[in-house]
Ligand binder design. Sequence first.
Ligand SMILES: Nc1ncnc2c1ncn2[C@@H]1O[C@H](COP(=O)(O)OP(=O)(O)OP(=O)(O)O)[C@@H](O)[C@H]1O
Ligand SMILES: Cc1cn([C@H]2C[C@H](O)[C@@H](COP(=O)(O)O)O2)c(=O)[nH]c1=O
Length: 213
Amino acid sequence: MSLHAPGLFITFEGIDGAGKSTHLTTLAERLRRHGREVTVTREPGGTPLAETLRECLLHTPMDALTEALLMFAARRDHLRQVIEPALAAGQVVLCDRFTDATFAYQGHGRGFDLAVLRTLEGWVQTMDGGFRQPDLTLWFDVSPAVAASRLSGARAPDKFESEPRAFFDRVAAGYAQRAAEAPQRFVRIDAHVPMDDVWQQVEAACRQRGWLS
Ligand SMILES: Nc1ncnc2c1ncn2[C@@H]1O[C@H](COP(=O)(O)OP(=O)(O)OP(=O)(O)O)[C@@H](O)[C@H]1O
Ligand SMILES: Cc1cn([C@H]2C[C@H](O)[C@@H](COP(=O)(O)O)O2)c(=O)[nH]c1=O
């Protein structure tokens, strides 16, 4: 069963450097101009507790199970403190990464058991009376080589960004698999093209759903 709320839950996914944050900011501006109240948030993070966990997750070595459990612990707090209240108030929630990232990074990137992740997903996203999933997931699909070239020199790489190219090949394949499993929720955005062309695709996905005119 899925949960219905008056708001909209839109997630942004893709490997590091795909262009998610850039277009999330643009979409937030456009939706606000369109009269919507928008909450912009991110994972791991979005609450004081989850931001504390983010610091550990991005900078402290740990095994894959610990990493997956901390990702989901941060997510549970984020859902309860931020996402659900905003959706209940009729807001649009734009979230930079959500559970698809755990399947892509911990599942495919690290090789952690996907069945365990599915169990954790079921526990963590079960809220009062239903199962919370995004209404739309914009998947910014870009090759690891292009993504790396966009990030190079931009900032000191964190634990994930320091992984080798083969890790990101697996993560990218993980996103493709998640998208194939939920075609009604995912929209693939070709993120290789110039920013304006990427934005056109994001805008089209929202227009098709009547969320922008
Ligand atoms: N389509 C594009 N063409 C060229 N450069 C781009 C494009 N989209 C984003 N960029 C640039 O690439 C860099 C990374 O973009 P951005 O921070 O939006 O990616 P991200 O997916 O949010 O990355 P991360 O997950 O690491 O935070 C930025 O410097 C941004 O200006
Ligand atoms: C939610 C989530 C995130 N990650 C990784 C992916 C990124 O490398 C970092 C977050 O950094 P960003 O600059 O905010 O994109 O965390 C992950 O491995 N698993 C997850 O569930």
